[in-house]
Design a protein around this ligand. Structure first.
Ligand code: GH3
Ligand code: MG
Ligand code: MG
Ligand code: MG
Ligand code: MG
Length: 303
């Protein structure tokens, strides 16, 4: 098992016995020791463990205070903590459980019981970690466009309404750029759908290139994309759009598309330059600007 275990107890003898017992049955691959709650907390903040065994009575910081400290840190949630309590200390057991300990062991503990309880908690921890990873992956898949790796329309819709509410509340700028590949049908017709897909991916990568962490680039439809740029003025949004226009025009492609020039047309709209009251209206303005860019010759930015 590749688990890491943290043992917190002011008695080196107890720590030693815990570690030796668990080592005998290979229940962990790494272990750390701490002499009191504070040392244990710092150790956990340094790098998380898969399981903590923690004494109650310790100098400087006791086990209860340690549990409270762990509770206050979001990043430490989900680490199982087993308390080590004295034999007649029912009050401590209940208090520890109420403060978030997952289980307790009575000292002097039985080696078999220690192993059994640790094994159960590590098993649960492993399953929970797998579940969390699967959930994160599902969220990523749900929000991502397969072909380009950009956000998809579903994610865009959610983030746009949130960004618009935020811009309204804080009197902040919000700029939308909608763009569409010029004569994309011709690319498909001449070079095939698969090469068309490569063009889509290359254009998407160019759009992603120039963005900051809070900006969103999404594939809105077939060959139509949207960039959401929070905090950008209209002029700044136009500059982003213009840079992207040039970047796409300068893309080069492998055979059989060597020498082929791909261009895009872009429409930009900004709040509050356009004093709209909902995101649909801002979107409509950007779309109209895109339409004008198409009408007036393509490979252009319009506002
Ligand atoms: P315009 O300059 O007016 O935008 O012309 P256009 O040819 O780009 O526009 P039109 O709407 O006529 O054609 C868009 C084409 O995009 C048609 C459609 O088959 C193609 N397309 C949509 N989604 C995909 C895709 O995922 N992959 C590929 N290869 N082509 C796609
Ligand atoms: Mg103690
Ligand atoms: Mg079209
Ligand atoms: Mg097009
Ligand atoms: Mg289109």
């Amino acid at each position: 098992m590749s688990a890491s275990v943290l043992v917190i107890d002011d008695s080196p003898k107890v720590r030693d016995k815990v570690i030796r017992t668990l080592k005998d049955v290979s229940l962990f691959s790494h272990y750390r020791e701490a002499n009191d709650g504070l040392e244990g907390f710092k150790s956990l903040m340094d790098s998380p463990s898969d399981l903590v065994l923690c004494d109650v009575e310790m100098p400087r910081m006791d086990g209860f205070r340690f549990l409270q400290m762990v509770n206050s840190r979001q990043e430490l949630q989900g680490i199982p903590i087993i308390m080590l309590t004295g034999i007649l200390d029912f009050g401590s057991k209940i208090k520890g459980l109420n403060l978030g300990a997952i289980d307790y062991l009575t000292k002097p503990f039985d080696a078999g019981e220690l192993v059994a309880r640790v094994r159960v908690q590590l098993k649960i921890k492993t399953l929970q970690d797998e579940l969390r990873r699967a959930n994160e992956q599902l969220t990523r898949l749900t929000n991502t466009d397969d072909l380009t790796g950009l956000f998809n329309r579903r994610y865009l819709t959610d983030s746009l309404s949130n960004e618009f509410i935020r811009a309204q509340r804080y009197q902040d700028n919000l700029t939308l750029v909608i763009f569409d590949i010029d004569h994309f049908k011709v690319i498909n017709d001449n070079y095939g759908h698969q090469n068309g897909d490569h063009v889509l991916a290359a254009v998407a990568a160019a759009a992603q290139q120039g963005l900051r962490p809070y900006d969103v680039a999404a594939r809105y439809g077939g060959e139509e994309f949207v960039m959401v740029i929070p905090g950008a003025t209209l002029a700044e949004g136009v500059a982003v759009a213009e840079r992207l226009r040039v970047a796409v025009q300068n893309l080069s492609f492998p055979a059989p598309m060597e020498g082929v020039k791909v261009t895009i047309s872009l429409g930009v709209a900004n709040y509050p330059a356009a004093p709209v009251s909902d995101i649909a209206s801002l979107f409509h303005l950007a779309d109209q600007a895109l339409y004008r860019a198409k009408q007036t010759g393509r490979n252009r930015v319009e506002v």
